[in-house]
Ligand binder design. Structure first.
Ligand code: UGA
Length: 446
């Protein structure tokens, strides 16, 4: 099929490359010339395992092009919309203006050339009700474009795999049966390899499809905040939250995934999505349905405060002029994304408390050096920890999870390790002569 991808950010760049990989002819459109130049040269503008190979292969075979020229989307059968919906400045709600602008671009340029309507496929995370509003706009413009909502569930760091082999596909279709059937046929054709692999497809109306996305992210955020609230209880009682999570996770009604207590969730999705969901519920007059998400958000932000308090305690009360080494800056491993990163936020708070903060990260160091001259960005773990009063592991990159405490011991001023993600072995670090401080976890016999 001929496909256009409007918006070549995280979602769009990966989706465009994956659609080309499964055999479609794809044009990726974005307003950011530098991003387009990079993608056109087969270079991923962000760190995502597997993406560079896909880009190179499909740019080289001619199935994948990137452009800033909207006229080039003209003959596409499907126009995917994957632009950002960031949190509005000073408000909880989401800014959907880029989605509106994308639709206007499609309305201006789309023409399949054979008289049949193209299909607009929304992938951006939007407030419920947006799809219907966009359909109204299509009708008001006198256009026969079809519209479906097809939310995206990819995780950064696994984005290629999640797109090529999703665990489910959701089609949000218009109420009009004929339009819905036409939209579904085009989606089925587009996702033929995924359907052949028996990927479950859930067909629904627009509001359900829009809600599925924010419901999924809200559930994940709730699960993380739940286990972090248990970490608070463990800290108060001497319990170990990792054992607790292991034990409850064996119940397959609960499941063991997303029960990793620590400094909490961040990134470009979970925090903004739960806030936008609350704002939308408020507009709809059902704010009470989501009051619990306020608590989820509050528990999450409390983790950052707690990590700073632990660091303070570790250095004897005041961080003033202490040297704090922070290992890991991105919001999670296998990405260079610093958006709403708990690690960066904690580093900033420690900096504000008067400490000398030395940070290191396998993927974000260059960007931090450019953007944050106030942070001391080390080139290696060894450099970061040398002379440190306390060392904090805040993002569980593999190279930090497997650090050798014995090798690091002679480098630090004071051997205190704060395990912000509960990924280190407390006994191992304790036996090597370190004071181990976990998040709802301590060194204990059992
Ligand atoms: C999330 C969802 O997992 C995806 O399904 C969704 O498509 C995506 O948002 C999106 O809306 O686009 P992502 O932001 O890549 O994906 O990150 P996650 O893997 O969900 O992790 C989010 C945060 O939670 C990270 O900071 C991570 O460190 C933290 N986390 C995760 C925990 O603190 N504990 C856990 O047990 C799991």
């Amino acid at each position: 099929m001929r496909i256009s991808m409007i918006g070549c950010g995280y979602l769009g760049a990966v989706h465009a490359a994956c659609m080309a990989e499964i055999g479609h002819h794809v044009v990726g459109l974005d307003i950011d010339q530098r991003r387009i130049d990079s993608l056109s040269a087969g270079r991923a503008p962000f760190h995502e395992p597997g993406l560079p190979a896909l880009l190179q292969r499909n740019v080289a075979n001619g199935r994948l092009r990137f452009t800033t020229d909207p006229a080039l989307i003209r003959d596409a059968d499907l126009h995917f919309v994957g632009v950002g919906t960031p949190q509005l400045d000073g408000e909880l709600g989401a800014d959907t203006s880029y989605v509106d602008a994308a639709l206007e671009t499609i309305l201006t340029h789309a023409d399949r050339g054979d008289g049949t309507p193209a299909l607009v496929v929304g992938k951006s995370t939007v407030p419920v009700g947006t799809a219907q509003r966009l359909l109204n706009r299509i009708h008001d413009a006198g256009s026969d474009l079809l519209l479906a909502w097809n939310p995206e569930f990819l995780r950064e760091g696994h984005a290629v795999e999640d797109t090529l082999h999703p665990d489910r596909i959701v089609y949000g279709l218009p109420e009009d049966m004929e339009a819905g059937a036409a939209a579904r046929a085009l989606l089925d054709e587009c996702y033929a390899p995924q359907l052949a692999a028996q990927t479950p497809v859930v067909v629904s109306n627009y509001p359900t499809a829009e809600l599925v996305k924010v419901a999924a992210n809200s559930f994940l955020a709730t699960k993380i905040s739940f286990i972090n609230s248990m970490a608070e209880l463990c800290d108060a009682t001497g319990g170990d939250v990792t054992r607790l999570a292991e034990a409850i996770g064996f119940d397959d009604r609960i499941g063991s995934k997303f029960l990793q207590a620590g400094i909490g969730f961040g990134g470009g999705c979970l925090p903004k999505d739960i806030r936008a969901f609350m704002a939308r519920a408020d507009e709809l007059g059902v704010d009470e349905a989501l009051t619990f998400l306020q608590e989820v958000d509050a528990i999450n932000l409390r983790r950052r405060h707690h990590a700073v308090a632990l660091a303070e305690e570790a250095v004897g009360g005041s961080l003033q002029d202490k040297r704090v080494a922070v290992l890991g800056m991105t919001f999670k491993p296998d990405t260079d994304d610093l958006r709403d990163s708990p690690a960066l936020d904690i580093a900033d708070r420690i900096l504000a408390a008067g400490a000398h903060v030395v940070v290191v990260d396998p993927a974000a160091s260059e960007e931090l050096r450019r953007r944050r001259p106030d942070l001391d960005v080390a080139h290696s773990v060894e450099e970061a920890v040398t002379g440190a009063d306390v060392v904090m592991v805040l993002t569980p990159w593999k190279e930090y999870v497997t650090l050798d405490p014995t090798a690091l011991l002679p480098l630090v001023k004071s051997p205190v390790i704060i395990d912000g993600r509960n990924v280190l072995d407390p006994h191992h670090w304790d036996a090597a002569g370190w004071t181990y401080l976990g998040m709802g976890r301590r060194v204990s016999t059992w």
